[in-house]
Design a protein around this ligand. Structure first.
Ligand SMILES: *Cc1c(COP(=O)(O)O)cnc(C)c1O
Length: 232
């Protein structure tokens, strides 16, 4: 079996095991194969192994890659979205995981209005409060939630987080718990349904599944190491 197919099988099995461990149904969890920096040929290998949902973090790269591949694939955007890339990004992606400020949400809403689109988004939360990271601080998210919910073009489907880099996967658990608890609080306070929790990467996706992830974003464990270091 080809390497990418083997890797995918292993990741899917680990997701199933983590779900079973906590009594979750495995079909509640979607695997987003993060194909950033990997070319269309590698994506095709994953398609042959049954994968149809992929994630990218740079609009310029996605604009080249996505049209090279079958049109029945589903694409999610997971990177920091720059204002001047919104118009290009919206038609390519069925879900943006990484709306990280009210200003960005407002810009997306305006462009969606102009272009007749209804984007689906997640709100990225900086649960650990790291200064260097994009995302809403939890208190800020609650303070701005009314304004976010008032944007008529956006469907806000859930929350996303990237925990601090750590040696041990277990170190991420408390941040995943915090995201889930924040979700519960926001749902109660604002009477909204935030069904999606996007959390977990190569290092810690099994822990994320145990803590309630509905979308796990896995790159390296499927496609191997990325050759060039990339900023997200
Ligand atoms: C690159 C990236 C991933 C995948 O990371 P791996 O560690 O390679 O699994 C997941 N989420 C985001 C936001 C990323 O930028």
């Amino acid at each position: 079996m080809a390497l990418i197919a083997e890797n995918l099988e292993r990741v899917r099995e680990q997701i199933a095991q983590a779900a079973a461990k906590v009594g979750r149904a495995v079909d509640e969890i979607e695997l987003v194969a993060i194909s950033k920096t990997h070319d269309a040929a590698k994506v095709r290998e994953a398609i042959e192994a049954g994968q149809t949902l992929f994630g990218e973090s740079r609009v310029q790269e996605a604009r080249v890659k996505i049209p090279e591949l079958p049109s029945n694939l589903r694409w999610h955007f997971v990177g920091h979205l720059q204002k001047n890339k919104i118009r290009h990004a919206l038609p390519l992606f069925e879900l943006t995981h990484s709306v990280d400020s009210l200003a960005l949400a407002q810009d997306i809403n305006r462009i969606a209005e102009e272009d007749g689109l209804h984007p689906r988004v997640l709100l990225e939360v900086n649960v650990a409060g790291e200064g260097s990271k994009f995302g809403f601080q939890p208190d800020k998210l609650r303070a701005e939630m009314e304004s976010l919910l008032a944007l008529p073009r956006l469907s806000i489907l859930g929350l996303m987080t990237i925990p601090p880099i750590a040696e041990e996967a277990e170190a991420s658990r408390k941040y995943f718990v915090q995201l889930r608890e924040l979700r519960a609080r926001v749902q109660t306070e604002f009477h909204v349904d935030l069904a999606q929790l996007s959390m977990g990467m190569t290092q810690d996706f099994a822990i994320a599944v145990e803590e309630g992830a509905t979308l796990v974003r896995v790159g390296t464990a499927i496609f191997g190491e990325r050759s060039k270091p990339r900023q997200e």
